[in-house]
Design a protein around this ligand. Sequence first.
Ligand code: GLN
Length: 251
Amino acid sequence: MSGGFGVPAGSHKARRFLARASFAGWWLPPGIMKKETMSKIKSTAAQKIAGETNPVTIGVLALQGDYAAHARAFASAGARTVLVRKPEELEGLDGLVLPGGESTTMLKFLEKQGFFETLGAFVAATPCFATCAGCILVAREVLHPRQRSLGLLDATVERNAYGRQIDSTILTLPTELPGGPLEMVFIRAPRITRVGPGVRVLAQRDGFPVLVRQGDLLVATFHPEMTSDTRVQQLFLAMVRKHKNGSLRHD
Ligand code: GLN
């Protein structure tokens, strides 16, 4: 008996799929998650060795959205992970993840306790990986509709630009990452419609950037934490290690 997601209903795999595919009460349209995506093992011996020889602490902003999936993905990639719910919990982190979810809801939480300002200063000085709603939070300009943002990524971002929840999709697209094409899960994704000269485009969908890097800021409009391929996490961890080693040398 199929659960409608390519896995048996009620099975361990189905529960794991549903846990990953839903956050804040949303669901991916039935059938869009590949079966093999769920069954691959995320960690490799190489990642574990990298984590043990040069451990870094990655915070995941945990106000709303799919922060748990990010924490799992970075833990299996060899990092220590910490959930961040208060401004003071940013202290001592080597890198921060701003997850997907609803940017409007995140903004409401961030506008309490001066968290918005503290977060802006932290992200300006520390490696940050922002996905989807996180991308909207860090962009310089947000449209559709206009909303407040940290203004750190020199880009214009249009919210929900690919349509409604039912238009969410998984695509395998070329990237500049070692190993080439990457499976990308798009969920009510924003579209990056403009990037400044300091922004490097690492992947595109229909000619619009979907994975970009500006210095120590890595931004995706899709959800790398929802697939078994850890190359985006590995890139971010390499950025974090480089930043950490550089700052230690100057201490
Ligand atoms: N549509 C959401 C927003 O506008 C972002 C979607 C996501 O994070 N997957 O904030």
